[in-house]
Design a protein around this ligand. Structure first.
Ligand SMILES: [Zn+2]
Length: 254
């Protein structure tokens, strides 16, 4: 990985692992070592909703050793068009409990840690403690900014994603190297109950999961200083370059 050194914990693989992950181990540059890095990694997924579903399912299935999910919410009926980890029978349960139950069934060999907490400036630092990367599966900028600040401070890569209706966006933030979320979104939109189509969250979440796996394994090019937009209505992908703000209140001192 150019320009960013990650101290990976290389976990031992079992015969089961070698067989289970065979089709990704075969990817050029991935190999057994890439799988050992995934197994040794701890990933925080902030949100167990529409983005959290594809992100957590793909990371669990790919063999990320420890997945830490944070979400304060209870499953409600109007979540079910897009939050496919939660089913009718789960209405009224904590989202993190519903998510953990399914993820352990998808991959019984991984650890799933859950926190039913709202992410704030006060708890963000302790939540990101000991994680290798943080994935943004949130639905509000207040919590996103709290996590962005904690990630910049601890120099933890932060994989941003957001959706609205048939539109979505994603970028990969590497503190010290790229613009942070506050550089990219200086004035966030007002909180609202916004529309979302399930597969749009699926696409953006799958992009974030791909970026996370590439980073952990150390292959390919990331969405660094690039903001990818997806417009599902006209089926267009657009990429814009983003820059660090030298006066950013969060990252300018790095
Ligand atoms: Zn910044």
């Amino acid at each position: 990985m150019r320009g960013f050194i990650m101290v990976s914990r290389l976990a031992k693989l079992t015969e089961y692992d070698l067989r289970r992950y065979d089709r990704q181990i075969r990817i050029n540059g991935f190999g057994v070592e890439g799988q050992r890095k995934l197994k040794g990694a701890t990933v925080l997924i902030a949100g167990a909703g529409g983005l959290g579903f594809p992100i957590s399912v793909y990371l669990a299935a790919a063999g990320v050793g420890t997945i830490r999910i944070v979400d304060p919410d209870i499953v409600e009926l109007d979540n079910l068009n897009r939050q496919l980890l939660h089913w009718d029978k789960d209405i009224g349960r904590k989202k993190v409990d519903s998510a953990r139950e399914k993820l352990i069934q998808i991959n019984p060999t991984i650890n799933v840690e859950v926190y039913d907490e709202k992410i704030t400036e006060e708890n963000a630092l302790s939540l990101v403690k000991d994680v290798d990367v943080v994935v943004d599966a949130l639905d509000n900028y207040e919590a996103r900014f709290a996590l962005n600040k904690a990630c910049v401070r601890e120099k933890i890569p932060f994989f941003h994603g957001a959706v609205h209706g048939l539109m979505g966006q994603a970028t990969t933030i590497v503190p010290g190297e790229t613009a942070c979320l506050k550089c990219i979104v200086p004035r966030p939109p007002k909180p609202e109950v916004f529309p979302v189509l399930g597969p749009v969250a699926g696409i953006i979440g799958a992009i974030q999961a791909t970026e996370t796996i590439k980073y952990l394994v150390g292959i390919g090019n990331l969405l660094k200083n690039k903001l990818l937009f997806y417009d599902g209505l006209y089926m267009e992908f657009t990429m814009i370059e983003v820059k660090r703000n030298s006066e950013c209140p969060v990252c300018s001192r790095l």
